[in-house]
Design a binder for this molecule. Structure first.
Ligand code: AMP
Length: 620
């Protein structure tokens, strides 16, 4: 045993995949006590303290062929690494071990590599995947297919003498302290196709080392398998070790309860479910499940945690991770309303902040202009393609805006990024008319959408409230960034392919040069959305946006009626200045109308913030 005759270099608990099972299930990983000596990697069951450890197996380091990490996707488990080694009769085996953190994995890899660096049998290739269901998951080859991927490390013979590294004082985690801080490792959540020089493409589940994080939305990364480097969108990756539920299509992140309900009601499948972050407790998750029992409805369950850290929905099924818990409930309702079935609609990749890490000027020759989508305040809007990306192109009527100032501002605006804001990709500013290129939303203007779908929507208050809360989320983000919209209204919001609502045209109002639009006396000024302090003093703030949001809620709950009907602007101003507000729409619940009234508080200070409005509806 290592304890008696062998020097212990490093030891720790890690989990190991059983080597004798052919099929993979989530149960064949066992916790073991691993001990690395200069000559062997040995694993035991039992714990260190009791001293009653029983050796379960060992790998002689001189027989090691490769030491590499394993793709997260292979076992849907983080921090896995592999030791390929030769048995006595020269058969190759692989030991898969999951370390507790990214840092631990890097350090074990590093340490073992130092010990095996001079092995004659070292291979320069390995299988990045695993042998599952009779084939290698990486190259789809059979049992005897030669390894497909180049090893990721260069052997440095100047390190400690092989077989005898200098043991250094052991830090609390049981690992040697002479290693550099472990790099930040991230996993791609979506595919990303780089279009510009200096950018890096991502494939879902590939691992990357983060090299620079100076820009919030674009990080410089290195692909751990190919070594390629470049910038990629930071919202397309998750850090290894952050809750791995992010990789599942059933995870909706910060979606509200209403969003989850609308999504599941559209799917209409018994047991269809999503998991989302609890809106009231951070770090807690909620499961929302569609069921037709008694009547079509969505039920919500808090995913609870027992003192041992196990997740559960009912006492009879408890699991170490949420994906495992979901997996169990997919096979057995186990006390909840239905056996779980994942949604069939895949998640769409979010928009990136701008098109590239440093590109906001777009060459018009790269744009393929398609059909006209409509025309508005600034001119015609056309659908277009920028390489394979769908975009909307606003062709700014000359003389409608102060272009130079806007172009400066556009650089800032490309960096605003939120799932409920229309993403600005860039501008074509070296020509006239200038083009503003944004994300394309399939169903166009929210106002038109409400009017077209009035018959289905009018008394569907959950869907209508969901729309308002989506707008509110986008606005809460702008409020946090201290960015004032100045023209929030249903006509300036758009509807996407999955009925997501996004706020558009934020900040543009500042660059309009038309007097009819900019002065509160002008015929085009959006008086019906304007707060009293805007009417009186042109004083814009996030709180004047909140007033406009109240009017937008009213538009939503009337399915696109004109606020104050046919009243003339002067009459509206008079009404607002006398403290009279819009009436409750017929199908609007009184708690929702109550929020509108709070938005229309004459005193801007007393209006709730967007963030406070969101919290008013967080009633799980
Ligand atoms: P606007 O100039 O923003 O008022 O846009 C005029 C019309 O063009 C809108 O009412 C929409 O129907 C359409 N439109 C504008 N932007 C987009 C977009 N990003 N995606 C799809 N349609 C759009």
């Amino acid at each position: 045993m290592a304890g008696k005759n062998e020097e212990v270099l490093v030891e720790a608990f890690m989990t190991k995949r059983s080597q004798n099972k052919r099929t993979f299930t989530h149960t064949n990983w066992k916790e073991r006590w691993f001990v690395l000596s200069p000559k062997n990697l040995i694993y035991y069951d039992g714990d260190k303290q009791s001293g009653r450890r029983k050796e379960r197996g060992r790998v002689e380091l001189i027989r090691v062929v490769a030491v590499e990490s394993v793709d997260t996707a292979v076992f849907q488990r983080d921090f896995v690494f592999q030791l390929c080694y030769l048995s006595e009769d020269d058969d190759q085996y692989v030991l898969y071990i999951a370390a507790p953190t990214a840092q631990d994995r890097e350090q074990w890899l590093d340490y073992i590599r130092k010990l095996v660096a001079d092995n004659d049998c070292l291979s320069d290739k390995y299988h990045q995947g695993a042998f599952i269901k009779s084939q290698w998951s990486c190259c789809k080859g059979g049992k005897n297919t030669i390894a497909c991927t180049d090893v990721t490390w260069t052997i440095n013979h100047n390190n400690n003498p092989p077989g005898h590294p200098t043991p250094s004082p052991t830090p609390p985690n049981g690992l040697p302290s002479d290693m550099n801080p472990a790099p930040k490792i991230v996993v791609a959540l979506y595919d990303y196709n780089a279009t510009e020089r200096g950018d890096l493409s991502l494939r879902k589940n590939e691992e990357f080392e983060v090299l620079e994080q100076d820009q919030e939305h674009w990080w410089k990364m290195r692909n751990r398998q190919t070594g390629m480097e470049g910038f990629a969108p930071s919202n397309y990756v998750r850090e290894l070790g952050t809750p791995d539920i992010q990789q599942y299509d059933w995870y909706l992140g910060d979606a509200t309860r209403q969003r989850a309900e609308v999504f599941l009601m559209q799917q209409e499948r018994e047991g269809c479910f999503v998991v989302r972050n609890s809106t009231t407790n951070s770090g807690v998750y909620t499961l929302s499940v569609y069921t037709k029992q008694s009547h079509p409805q969505v039920k919500h369950y808090h995913i609870k945690k027992d003192p041992e850290g196990n997740y559960y929905l009912s006492q009879n099924i408890k699991c170490k991770t949420i994906p495992e818990l979901i997996y169990r409930h997919q096979h057995n309702p186990g006390g909840i309303c239905a056996r779980l079935r994942p949604p069939t609609l895949g998640r769409t990749a979010p928009a990136t902040a701008g098109l590239s890490h440093d590109k906001w000027e777009i060459d018009p020759s790269e744009l393929n202009l398609l059909e006209e989508l409509g025309s508005g305040q600034f001119g015609v809007v056309r659908h277009g393609k920028l390489k394979s990306l769908d975009v909307a192109v606003k062709m700014m009527k000359e003389g409608t805006m102060s272009e130079d100032e806007f172009i400066e501002e556009a650089k800032v605006m490309t960096k605003l990024r939120h799932g409920n804001l229309v993403q600005l990709y860039g501008v074509c500013s070296r020509q006239r008319p200038i083009y503003i290129v944004t994300e394309y939303l399939r169903y166009g203007s929210l106002l038109q959408y409400l009017r077209n779908k009035e018959r289905i929507l009018l008394n569907n208050t959950d869907v209508l409230l969901d729309m308002c809360l989506q707008v509110c989320s986008g606005m809460a983000y702008l409020e946090k960034q201290k960015f004032i919209h100045r023209d929030l209204a249903a006509r300036n919001c758009l509807v996407g392919a999955h009925n997501e609502i996004k706020v558009g045209d934020f900040g543009l109002a500042r660059y309009v040069v038309d007097d009819e639009y900019t002065g509160s006396g002008g015929a085009k000024f959006p008086i019906k959305w304007a707060a009293p302090e805007v009417l009186n003093f042109m004083r814009f703030s996030s709180k004047s946006d909140v007033w406009a949001f109240g009017v937008l809620m009213w538009e939503v709950f009337t399915c696109g009626k004109m606020p104050y009907g046919r009243m003339k602007n002067a009459e509206v101003v008079d009404m607002v200045q006398h403290g009279r507000v819009l009436e409750k729409p017929r199908f609007c619940p009184s708690d929702v109308y109550n929020v509108m009234q709070q938005c229309w508080n004459a005193n801007a200070e007393n209006r709730p913030s967007f963030n406070e409005i969101l919290r008013m509806f967080q009633d799980e």
